[in-house]
Design a protein. Structure first.
Length: 754
């Protein structure tokens, strides 16, 4: 046993925790303990050379909140028990200001660092070891912690354009970031649905652009809207207040001003900076809209004036300029844009976007700042000094790092907290996808494809919270907690995916703090989660929970109770029907009841091959998802669907023997606002030997549209061992459609063969 793990074991034993219940997140890099303890009581004082230092006051207030003890701060060196803060003078150049040490002896607690930021992190670690309960005497084990983070960018994002959140909640959000020793807040301030920051030179941005005359209700596919005027914005004084609040907590705010796309709210206020001249109104619906900034000299002056005011408010080194999902249809039909393309010797509209971004970057650089943008800014050529936020997977980040540009990893597969975190059937409506705590914890921000030198360009990562379906502060909290705790440990550099259960049990200790602090958090970690696999008899249903022995299930439609069947082994699914399950502790149900229905056909559980794998964001179950007996919900395209970006679905199912085929059925999805389109053709084919195939039926795009995505064919005189399904992706989305110029998504669910 190494010294590190031995010291952790001693620490836990002394606290009365099991090894899995260590309450520190992120887990520190080094811990050593003795068999003594420090007693925190009313006689303890906080010693700080600056009696009004933020860190000292922060510590005092949080101790009082958690224990009720109102201890004093003193600038005189104490004789009795004390908590001391010491900022040391570094003896080297390039020291790490985030590194800190916590030393606890019988008579003192000492925080030391090269900076107040390190002191603050030491305090956050110390506070996690104090239980949230009123007490006159709190025993804290004597120990030494030496700690520092791996990544420099440890961030959380929040979209306030789709739904607006008060200054009070923004401060609370910053508190959550600081609590887990994260240090970046990406504030998404502008979009098609609302402009949220006061710009004094352009008052109509908030007079007009901050308000819309209705909002989308329900899922995007339903296309329902209300007529309630909605909006709000932050004054410059409020912005200054929030920036100061964040700085005290060592959080840097990176503002985002979207361009050239996602700009309809600005164009509604100032239509002269568009290609068509408008008129426009602030968008009610979500999605990607065609009207974008036109690259005219007047537009650049407009944006430069805006960015000047933004940079005066935010001292961050980076300014986020968006750059994502910008349709080119207006530029293609704009005489000014086409003339500019020819004048500048550009190849196409993608290079025009690069021209746009580079011109903005030159201005921002002239002010001593740098730009960062979503990975679309790579298209047409990356601006010389730009950093890239890689959201469409990790590929954009890899490309940028190889070009020696700094990168923040934020792939949808692991870092989009607007995705479902539990079974979509039991969760509030979300954007899509499936990103539970365990998946977040497994994230590695540094791709293996990079060389030792290229790795140095990975700044870190962040989670994104897009709010199309998130209307309230309580819902924001539900979506981020406890997933941000998992990400914090990943970014601190101490996460170990193979030891997830250890993290999970530490995390559960934080739930008490969430509850007593009034934080609305997800308990999906208690949820009975499910997997399906191919067993000897076909589909096998696997149930998982914090403690699998606490799972109870039924197969007769009744609600599970503590006295229902106890789960112990995978459940073979040999016929159609439904299973209900829930997790129990001490005879009490701790989770929601989950229900999974199966439709078992000849294809269920059989071997299936895909020529192209699904996208990592929408392919958690792999090819088996198409033969697992579970039908996808079209309004919640989570894990029961496979998603393919720009690629065809070519699936071959081995039925194991030649037998008569009477029906083939599957579903495809259309959600154009999410760039999901029906395939342009679907073909069913059959073979007895796997070599020679006959075509059973081809469905054209018109037929698929008419059938509303439910594709079914009754077969006559068909004998087959192999069934092949070919669904041809729409490819590049045509002009005039959401996502024009990008790869279309193709979503497909269960293939049923009877």
């Amino acid at each position: 046993m190494t010294k590190f793990f031995l010291s952790i074991f001693l620490f836990l034993s002394f606290l009365g925790y099991s090894q899995e219940n260590l309450p520190l997140i992120p887990i520190p890099k080094q811990i050593e303990v003795t068999n003594e303890y420090f007693e925190l009581d009313k006689n303890t004082v906080i010693f700080s050379s600056e009696i009004n230092s933020f860190e000292a006051i922060f510590l005092k207030e949080n101790i009082k909140m958690k224990t009720g003890l109102d201890i004093q701060i003193t600038s005189s060196y104490p004789k009795g028990k004390s908590i001391q803060m010491s900022i040391q003078i570094p003896d080297t150049i390039g020291f790490d200001k985030e590194k800190y040490q916590v030393s606890i002896s019988k008579n003192s607690v000492r925080f030391s660092s090269f900076s107040s930021q390190g002191i603050f992190y030491g305090i956050q670690t110390f506070l996690q070891s104090i239980p949230y309960q009123k007490s006159d005497n709190v025993k804290i084990p004597c120990l030494t912690i030496v700690d520092e983070p791996k990544y420099k960018w440890r961030g959380m994002h929040l979209d306030v354009s789709r739904h607006f959140f008060s200054i009070d909640f923004i401060k609370k959000y910053i508190d959550y970031i600081a609590m887990y020793k994260m240090n970046m807040f990406h504030w998404h301030l502008t979009d098609d649905q609302g402009w949220r920051i006061e710009i004094k030179k352009y008052p109509k941005l908030t007079e007009i652009g901050a308000w819309r005359n209705g909002s989308m209700v329900g899922h995007y596919n339903e296309q329902r809207f209300n007529t309630v005027r909605y909006g709000g914005y932050y004054s410059q004084e409020e912005i200054k207040e929030v920036v100061n609040y964040a700085q005290q907590r060592h959080v840097t705010i990176v503002p985002e001003i979207e361009m050239p796309g996602h700009s309809l709210a600005a164009l509604a206020a100032y239509p002269e900076y568009s290609c068509t001249g408008g008129p426009f109104e602030v968008a009610k619906g979500w999605g990607v809209l065609d009207d974008v900034f036109c690259p005219k000299d007047g537009t650049f002056s407009f944006l430069e004036n805006i960015l000047s005011e933004v940079m005066d408010l935010f001292p961050s080194k980076y300014l986020h300029i968006g750059g994502d999902e910008s349709p080119k249809i207006r530029w293609k039909n704009c005489s000014h844009c086409q003339t500019l393309i020819r004048k500048e010797g550009l190849k196409d509209e993608h290079e025009l976007q690069s021209y746009f971004i580079q011109r903005i970057e030159k201005f921002v650089n002239s002010k001593g700042r740098k730009i960062i943008g979503w990975d679309e800014i790579l298209e047409g050529g990356l601006a010389p000094n730009a950093a890239v936020m890689s959201w469409r997977g990790t590929e954009g980040g890899i490309t940028a790092a190889k070009q020696k540009h700094f990168v923040v990893m934020t792939p949808g597969s692991h870092c989009y907290f607007d995705h479902y975190q539990g079974d979509p059937k039991n969760e509030p409506i979300a954007f899509g996808g499936y990103t539970p705590v365990e998946k977040v914890y497994s994230f590695n921000p540094t791709p293996n494809e990079l060389s030792k030198e290229e790795v140095t360009y990975i700044l870190g990562a962040q989670a994104n919270v897009w709010t199309e379906y998130i209307e309230t502060p309580e819902h924001v909290e539900y979506m981020i907690m406890p997933r941000m705790a998992a990400l914090s440990e990943v970014l601190w550099g101490t996460a170990n995916a193979s030891e997830y259960k250890n993290f999970e049990k530490r995390l559960i200790n934080h739930f008490d703090f969430y509850e007593k602090s009034g934080i609305n958090f997800s308990k999906a970690i208690y949820e009975v989660t499910t997997e399906v696999s191919s067993g000897i008899k076909g589909v096998e249903f696997i149930l998982k929970a914090v403690n699998p022995s606490g799972i109870r299930f039924t197969t007769d439609g009744s609600e599970p109770s503590y006295y229902s069947a106890m789960y112990s082994n995978p459940i073979p699914i040999t016929k159609s029907g439904c299973i209900k399950a829930a997790y129990f502790e001490n005879e009490k149900q701790k989770s929601n009841t989950i229900e999974q229905c199966f439709n078992i056909t000849k294809s269920s559980g059989k071997r299936i091959q895909l020529v192209h794998p699904p996208h990592e964001n929408y392919g958690i179950g792999g090819s088996f998802t198409l033969v697992d007996g579970m039908k996808g919900n079209p309004s919640k395209f989570g894990r029961d669907w496979l998603g393919f970006s720009g690629k065809d679905v070519i699936a071959t199912i081995d039925l194991e023997k030649v037998e008569p085929i009477s029906k083939i059925k599957l579903n495809v999805l259309k959600s154009t606002g999410s760039w999901i389109y029906y395939p342009k053709e679907i073909e069913f084919m059959a073979s007895e030997d796997g070599l020679k195939y006959i075509s059973i039926k081809k469905f054209s795009s018109a037929e698929i549209e008419k059938l509303n995505g439910t594709i079914e064919e009754l077969c006559k005189n068909v004998q087959a061992k192999y069934i092949k399904i070919i669904a041809k992706n729409l490819g590049i989305i045509p002009d005039g459609n959401p996502g024009a110029g990008a790869n279309a998504w193709l979503f497909i669910d269960e293939i049923s063969i009877e």
